[in-house]
Design a protein around this ligand. Structure first.
Ligand code: 3EB
Length: 350
């Protein structure tokens, strides 16, 4: 039985959902059977690390993310729609269209001529153009995977250049973009190139911020010339209820990183941030503070692979045993952070 979060925020009645996007973690050994059963409904299959080599060519979008899985669970992520899916391509973007949603992926070559900010700005412009053309203009959730995210180029960290390019693309599209920012993840990868994938919809979601954290789009200047363009979470109404997409969340209180070098404290702080975010989105009158148990599709990005067992042991006390969870190696965008957690939460309320 799925735990759900009782909701405080709801959507206006004008949102007419036609379908629903679902994220499932499937053991690699069951993937073939899973696809045979629901091929027409699959938006995308996402494999992590070197697992792509164990997967035969698929009749749907296959997205390869370079972050290796750290435990031996060997899971693949499968996004399905309740409505039929069409697979398309436009320029460098491969995407699936279904009902009033789009799931897309773009891989970007880096060259000596173009800097990170230009590449990212161009990629977001392409994505916005595509979403406009397909009448699904609202980005709900974006995953950004950036090689060497913590290294420096042209006097700025590559993550700061990434933020610069992203901010440029968002701000030229819409002067009120800070009210319709997607939930996001931006993680450093040690293999593979620059890559992004996203979920977008015809009808807007609702942006949720975290009372414990300064909104990323309001971070002070010292973190980079342009602030990171993402919301802490996006609440989206589908035809089976509300889904809350939580951005990558780390040990940041206010705008400052906390507990440098202390893995367990960073983990506890991150969980407090997630509880605070869920509590803020949830109906506090009914709250019992057990919000972490309502999570599903959890990803834990760990900078140092040898931290896995400590993180896993600690999280087992907080999470449900059956909670779909992936442990991945990923570099967090601030070099003083050791881990980051993202998730999806199913919420009550229609
Ligand atoms: C933070 O809270 C940690 O730039 O898209 C988390 C999720 C982080 C998304 C992004 C960055 C991003 O600032 C880093």
């Amino acid at each position: 039985m799925l735990n759900t979060l009782p909701l405080k925020y709801r959507h206006a009645a004008s949102n007419k959902p036609l379908a629903v996007a679902h994220c499932n973690y499937v053991p690699l050994t069951q993937l073939a059977g899973y696809i045979a059963e629901s091929a027409q409904k699959i938006l995308a299959v996402i494999s992590f690390g070197s697992e792509e080599h164990d997967i035969r060519p698929l009749p749907c979008l296959h997205i390869k993310v370079a972050t290796p899985q750290l435990d031996d669970a060997k899971l693949v992520e499968v996004w399905t729609s309740s409505a039929p899916v069409l697979h398309r391509q436009r320029g460098g973007i491969h995407y699936a269209v279904s009902g009033d949603m789009i799931f897309g992926s773009i891989r970007l070559p880096e060259s000596d001529e173009a800097t990170m900010d230009t590449i990212i700005c161009t990629a977001y412009r392409w994505i916005f153009d595509l979403l406009q053309a397909e009448a699904c203009p609202h980005l709900i959730r974006v995953w950004n995977y950036v090689p060497d995210i913590n290294s420096t180029a042209n006097g700025l960290e590559r993550y700061q250049l990434f933020c610069l390019g992203r901010h440029q693309a968002f701000s030229e599209r819409n002067q009120f973009f800070e009210h319709d920012l997607p939930a996001a993840t931006a993680i450093g990868v040690r293999q593979g190139g620059l890559h992004m994938h996203f979920l977008a919809a015809r009808h807007a979601g609702r942006q949720i911020e975290n009372p414990r954290q300064v909104s990323a789009f309001r971070y002070p200047h010292r973190y980079g010339p342009r602030s990171p363009s993402f919301s802490r979470a996006m609440l989206k109404k589908w035809n089976d209820g509300h889904h809350l997409y939580l951005s990558g969340t780390a040990s940041i209180v206010g705008h400052e990183s906390c507990h440098e070098g202390d893995l367990d404290r960073q983990l506890q702080e991150t969980l407090r941030n997630i509880e605070s975010l869920l509590g803020h989105a949830g109906d506090t009158s009914e709250s019992r503070g057990d919000y972490l148990k309502t999570l599903s599709s959890v990803k834990i990005y760990i900078r140092h692979p040898h931290h896995l067992s400590l993180v896993k042991n600690s999280l087992e006390r907080h999470f449900h045993r059956e909670m779909p969870t992936m442990y991945l190696q990923g570099d967090i965008c601030r070099s003083d952070l050791l881990l980051e957690i993202e998730a999806i939460c199913h919420a009550q309320g229609h």
